[in-house]
Design a protein around this ligand. Structure first.
Ligand SMILES: Cc1ncc(COP(=O)(O)O)c(C=O)c1O
Length: 444
């Protein structure tokens, strides 16, 4: 499969027909930012129901890091399915879980003793992390960052604050959460400038959150995305994560790094915490872990995961087929040097977008690490008024030309292509992107 190739302007006739059927039966809560009715996928390409082939700059939201349908993952799935599809690991034992646990301990930050709990998604990984921290500390206060995304179940949802839509009308969210500003320097919540601000957002945790709201000895944990994902790939200043880790250590607060989106090479390191040599007490992973099969996990320092038998379990977590797929994902990232490729092609793309911004004033901010690149569109660089309509239009126009983009926040874009992306494919994506952008600017 190779593209981009548009044979029927998307959404084509079959896609439109399918979308009508879908509309009648599927939950209206699904946002559906692009009319992509994907039926086949391979590498960096996705084919839709009308035979259009798209270059995937989303990886199904940072999932297919090693590319769609890697043959090694398919063999691993097939081989395990021939043996057993389900055993259950709360009442019994499951072989590939332990192999996967040992492998994940090698690639996650920190060479201390760890333990793992498997679930089926990112939100379950976060719920497990919260419960591990609560059980260990016997406290229930949690500190999280505004703009953070940690999931949509009633515990993680309480910590999810990129916008009110996901929270509106849900009254049963977990109590005991305090939200604190993230270092979103392009739109500083304190209207200050880095580095003159001295990282006011960190001081705020100490002089306001911990001093006035949440006594540190009553906190169960602090949860952070080392690079905020759904908020638009917001990279904090380099000193932020190390200072945050130090702050947590000094106050005896468990640090949870939510690496559901940043993990598995996405940011140009195995995990984003590695950029700053931070070793969190608990790390949550999901998305890319099994190349699209449902899997999530909370990995904790062994001494923290000290809950008793029966305190937390599930039926399908750590399914053998899923774990076998995940083992092949870790091997593929290692053997194909995909972390290195993510850093290399990511830097190339970042530079090209920075150059593009010189000719296109609508690009207000370019940021990112590895193959997680955030762009923020503005009507005016001085006022920074979000160009939401133009962002939406850009996504539509790029899609019609065969490029899948992901939106974020009000007027941002998240670019997250598979880590196997070559320079030629990156250039192809850049060309489509710039053509679509020029058209948006011309208002045509
Ligand atoms: C950082 C982070 N944590 C948690 C989640 C929730 O993952 P899931 O959608 O698999 O529940 C997401 C999803 O986008 C995420 O980006």
């Amino acid at each position: 499969m190779k593209g981009p190739k548009i044979v029927a302007t998307p959404p084509g006739p079959k896609a439109r027909e399918f979308m009508e059927r879908d509309k009648k039966v599927m939950s209206p809560s699904l946002t559906r930012t692009a009319p992509l009715v994907g039926v086949e996928a391979e590498g960096v390409w996705v084919k839709d129901i009308d035979d259009n082939i798209f270059l995937d700059f989303s990886s199904g939201i940072a999932v297919t890091n090693i590319g769609h349908r890697d043959p090694r993952v398919m063999s691993a799935i097939r081989e395990q399915a021939e043996k057993a599809i389900h055993i259950n690991s709360c009442d019994f034992y499951t072989l590939p879980q332990v192999d996967l646990a040992e492998k994940l301990f090698e690639v996650t930050p920190g060479d201390f003793k760890k333990r793992i709990f498997f679930g089926n998604s990112g939100t379950e990984a976060v719920e497990a992390a919260l419960k591990i921290a609560q059980w260990h500390t016997q406290n229930y206060y949690v500190i999280s960052f505004i703009g953070g995304f940690h999931g949509r179940t009633m515990g993680s949802l309480q910590l999810t604050t990129p916008g009110v839509t996901a929270r509106r009308h849900f009254k049963g969210m977990m109590p005991g959460a305090y939200h604190t500003p993230y270092p979103y320097c392009y739109r500083c919540p304190f209207k200050l400038e880095y580095p003159d601000c001295g990282l006011r957002c960190l001081e705020y945790i100490e002089d306001t959150v911990l001093d006035k709201l949440c006594p540190p000895e009553d906190a169960s944990c602090l949860i952070v995305e080392p690079i905020q994902g759904a908020a638009g790939y917001i990279v904090p200043p380099d000193e932020f994560m190390p200072r945050l880790a130090k702050l947590c250590k000094e106050h005896g607060i468990i640090l949870v790094a939510d690496e559901v989106q940043t993990g598995f090479g996405r940011s140009g390191e195995w995990f984003a915490c590695n950029h700053w040599d931070v070793k969190p007490d608990i790390i949550t992973v999901s998305k890319a872990i099994a190349s699209g099969l449902p899997c999530g996990a909370a990995i904790a320092r062994a001494e923290i995961m000290d809950w008793e038998s029966g305190a937390h379990e599930n039926t399908l977590g750590g399914n053998p087929v899923v774990c076998s797929a995940a083992l092949s994902v870790v091997d593929a990232i290692r053997s194909d040097d995909l972390v290195e490729n993510s850093a290399k092609i990511g830097s190339y793309l970042l530079e090209r977008f920075e150059e593009m911004a010189e000719d296109h004033p609508i690009i207000g901010d370019v940021r990112g690490k590895g193959l997680m690149i955030g762009l923020e569109l503005v009507k005016d660089r001085e006022s920074k008024e979000p160009a939401k309509k133009q962002r939406d239009e850009l996504m539509r126009k790029a899609f019609k030309r065969g490029l899948i983009l992901l939106g974020a926040d009000v007027s941002s874009l998240r670019l997250a292509p598979p880590l196997i992306l070559t320079k030629e494919q990156a250039d192809a994506g850049l060309r489509v992107f710039e053509d679509a952008l020029s058209e948006v600017e011309e208002g045509s």
